[in-house]
Design a protein around this ligand. Structure first.
Ligand code: 4AD
Ligand code: MG
Length: 465
């Protein structure tokens, strides 16, 4: 059995030979005595044209009546066709029907909307759009691993069930072993969720960072790549309840090192996807985002902008003074909204932009306090079309400062005792970031909705397959 990708890679040697290819029908055209089947096997974006001749194919009529998405196994000679648009075709001498497709197959040749395709989660990977998106997703994942592995980073699998709320935003899904028919009750008679994980409280992780820091204090450079969960009820095009995050953590490193790493990683992944997915990107560039390839080429070859939060707020205030309208008013201290992020990266800098040194009040407890006493060494990377794609920071490595911060925020120090211990036993300057993998895939494909880069999206109102 030969994959279609192999035919394209090796056409010169395989030309003139007998090959067998298994795949799914994209279209069948019957011209009475001869006909064409367009077949795709998922091994590459390109299809294979199978030519059938009534004289050469015993079950010609059976094949001519197949519906879109039938599974076929086709054998015949691979004929090179230097004068045709496609480099070769398969002259079939035998076609076996592995599985017919019912005539009500919902995805006919006409281009369906992404909204309709979301209702067909089990079938949408068979469309050109999703074939392109999920190939890019796979290639980008491999590129990320290669980037870190080549640099000697250790890959750490951090737990999915956890006791600590890394981001402190209270957006955790509870994990429970509680029997709804017989729940433990507290003294007020309410269900006692502090007991829910075999006697202790537990949730699905919002970030592997705290565990990654643990390993960075032994291995130096580490990264995670795994699923994370947020119980935020935000029905937007860039939020999912379940998404994947890449979280490197680097020891003896500061915020500038962290941004350098993030920038190098993004450029590496962009170049790798451009190298390995030319057909997919060409399709996405044609049908999804006409500026995609030009933008990726530019980003891979130019410096990202870097601006402090304080200067970013000034830029936004100047824009308001010049007549630009934001829905959410701008002043020092606000959490930047998507409209602000997009203005900075799309209208002002016109390239990926790191915003650094945010007010401590709007950022997580673990970020390192700057000497001004009011900002922290944070860096978010914003990209045109999406906004925040990376959230990172230098971590607070000073025990007393961290203890004070935990107390100020009213957090339970007991819950963070292991994390605090890292500051007792050989603490060091360190930093890291979290890259939202789906947001990266949106950026790489030009797809505008996070639901369309997740194989099976878990978003508000979607958990059905
Ligand atoms: O900015 P966040 O919340 O940062 C952290 O979780 C840190 N602990 C990371 C670290 O320093 N190790 O999330 C990081 C990234 C965001 O920039 C965004 O790309 C993505 O995760 N993200 C989401 N993606 C999809 N759906 C959601 N609900 C997301 N929330 C965050
Ligand atoms: Mg963030």
């Amino acid at each position: 059995r030969t994959k279609i990708a192999q035919l394209y890679a090796d056409a010169e040697t395989l030309g003139g030979q007998q090959v067998t290819v298994a795949g799914w029908v994209k279209s069948v055209r019957d011209m009475k005595n001869f006909g064409f089947v367009t077949l795709n096997d998922g091994s590459c974006f390109k299809d294979l044209q199978v030519v059938m001749n009534r004289e050469a194919l015993a079950n010609y009529d059976e094949i001519a009546h197949q519906n879109v998405s039938a599974a076929l196994i086709c054998t015949g000679e691979l004929k090179l066709t230097p004068d045709a648009p496609q480099p070769f075709e398969l002259a079939a001498t035998q076609i076996a029907v592995e599985g017919v497709s019912a005539p009500d197959y919902p995805l006919q040749k006409k281009r369906a909307t992404v909204e309709f395709l979301r209702t067909q989660q089990h079938l949408r990977p068979r469309t050109n759009l999703f074939r392109a998106v999920f190939r890019v997703r796979s290639v980008a994942a491999a590129a990320i691993h290669r980037f870190f592995q080549d640099r000697g980073f250790v890959y750490v699998n951090t737990p999915i069930i956890t006791a600590s709320d890394c981001e402190g935003a209270g957006e955790m899904f509870h994990v429970t072993t509680i029997d709804p028919a017989n729940p433990p009750l507290d003294d007020k008679g309410n269900v006692d969720f502090s007991q829910d994980f075999f006697g202790t409280a537990a949730s699905l992780t919002v970030s592997g960072q705290l565990n990654a820091e643990n390993f960075a204090m032994a291995f130096g450079d580490v990264y995670t790549f795994g699923p994370t969960f947020r119980a935020e009820n935000s029905n937007t095009t860039r939020h999912a309840a379940e998404f994947w995050m890449i979280e490197p953590e680097i020891a003896f490193a500061d915020l500038a090192d962290d941004m350098d790493l993030a920038e190098d990683m993004l450029k590496y992944v962009i170049r790798d996807v451009m190298d390995r997915c030319p057909d997919e990107l060409a399709m996405l560039n044609k049908f999804v985002d006409k500026g995609l390839i030009e933008r990726l080429t530019h980003v891979a070859n130019s410096d990202f902008a870097r601006v402090t939060y304080t200067d970013a707020v000034k830029i936004l205030e100047d824009a308001v003074a010049a007549g630009h309208q934001f829905d959410y008013p701008v002043s020092w201290g606000i959490d930047l909204q998507t409209e602000h992020e997009r203005f900075l990266t799309e209208e002002h800098f016109k390239c990926p932009t790191f915003v650094t040194d945010y007010p401590a009040e709007i950022k997580a407890f673990y970020m390192r306090l700057n000497d001004d006493g009011k900002t922290v060494a944070a860096a978010d990377c914003l990209v045109p079309g999406i906004g925040e794609i990376i959230g990172g920071s230098q971590r607070e490595e000073r025990l007393e400062v961290l203890e004070r911060r935990i107390a100020e925020l009213g957090m339970d120090p007991e819950q963070y005792k292991y994390y605090l211990d890292l500051r007792r036993y050989g603490t060091c300057k360190h930093a890291g970031f979290g890259l939202g993998f789906e947001r990266l895939v949106m950026y790489l494909t030009g797809v505008g909705n996070i639901r369309d880069v997740l194989p099976h999206p878990r978003t508000v109102g979607s958990c059905d397959f």
